[in-house]
Ligand binder design. Structure first.
Ligand SMILES: [Zn+2]
Ligand SMILES: [Zn+2]
Length: 203
């Protein structure tokens, strides 16, 4: 795999800018991989890893880049918990490590670079240098991943009888003996509602 600095260059290009989150994310991913003994996550080991991320911030992009785990491959799982944390699960060994970025690392960055005014500059410098133990805590965990949630799984696809839209395996609910898509079965889960047609637009 590339060096830390090479990964940062790639992370910056993919994310659009270099920021403290990219540095933290690259380091978190490298630490997770090191714990699991996965050396080549985007090459020889590319089918071994599933990564759960718990925040939709800058670091998430870096974690996806380093691990090669992507939403579109079903290897990146997002839990919207607002935590700078990620769990790296090795499908080969069944081992998983959950890493959490320490809130105290911001204070350490300020202490280390008090003469630098910008907090993000302080953090970008410090997050390169601080020891792993100053940046993260880790815990070995068990992760159950349903077979239908594993990368590469193929299963039955249904058509929702109410809205007529196709739905992949497992993402439907039985309601009165009918298999409905989740947005028809549980409208309270919908993130959208129909918009009123703009004037002059066909309804
Ligand atoms: Zn960023
Ligand atoms: Zn439906």
């Amino acid at each position: 795999m590339e060096s830390f600095e090479e990964l940062l260059v790639r992370a910056e290009a993919a994310h659009g800018h270099l920021c403290a989150g990219q540095i933290l994310g690259v380091r978190m991913a490298l630490l997770g991989l090191a714990h699991l003994g996965i050396a080549d996550p985007r090459g020889a080991d590319r089918k071994r890893l599933v990564t759960f991320v718990e925040i939709d911030r800058c670091a998430t992009d870096a974690i996806a880049l380093v691990t090669g785990c992507r939403l579109g491959k079903r290897a990146l799982k997002f839990r919207d918990w607002g935590k700078m944390a990620a769990t790296f699960a090795d499908l080969d060994t069944g081992r998983a490590i959950r890493l959490v970025a320490l809130e105290t690392s911001r204070d350490l960055a300020r202490q280390r670079y008090p003469h630098i005014e910008s907090k993000s500059q302080q953090q970008m410098l410090a997050y390169r240098e601080l020891a792993d133990a100053d940046l993260f805590t880790g815990q070995w965990v068990r992760v159950h991943i349903d077979s239908a949630d594993l990368p590469g799984y193929r299963g039955q696809r249904i058509t929702c009888p109410l809205c007529g839209e196709g739905v992949n395996f497992g993402r439907f609910a039985e309601v009165a003996g009918r298999r409905l898509c989740l947005s028809c079965a549980r409208p309270e889960l919908r993130y959208w509602s129909p918009a009123a047609p703009a004037s002059g637009e066909a309804g």
